[in-house]
Design a protein around this ligand. Structure first.
Ligand SMILES: [Cu+2]
Length: 123
């Protein structure tokens, strides 16, 4: 048996592990975040802090999505199969209208792991 007074000591590593895991979840908003459940009711995506926020959105077919480049000196682009924002840029916006239902993963070609996803549902 483990003495009761030893339990708090044993809990510390568990708490630290939980914090680390929580931290990872928050950090990969640009990478693994794209795999998270898509956000609905949003048509604006910010390219900032080397990530797309929200990384994943869900919109009905026919929706125009606007990406805003707002990372100052750091240029980004939006590249997917079928559409691209062109040259990486530091400011301004890029828009794309999604006419067909489907899942559209995209990425920034400048930054590994800077990815996003648009899920288009039937209108
Ligand atoms: Cu980028």
């Amino acid at each position: 048996m483990i003495p009761v007074r030893r339990l708090p000591v044993l809990l510390v590593p568990l708490l630290l592990a939980a914090l680390v895991l929580a931290g990872c979840g928050g950090d990969d908003g640009g990478g693994g975040g794209a795999a998270a459940a898509p956000v609905t009711g949003v048509t604006q995506v910010a390219a900032k802090d080397n990530r797309f926020t929200p990384a994943a959105i869900q919109v009905p077919a026919g929706t125009t999505v606007t990406w805003t480049f707002k990372d100052g000196f750091v240029p980004h682009d939006v590249v997917a199969d079928g559409f691209t924002s062109g040259e990486p840029r530091r400011k301004g916006t890029y828009t794309h209208t999604f006419d067909r239902p489907g899942t559209y993963p995209y990425r920034c070609t400048v930054h590994d792991g800077m990815t996003g996803r648009v899920v288009v549902t039937g209108s």
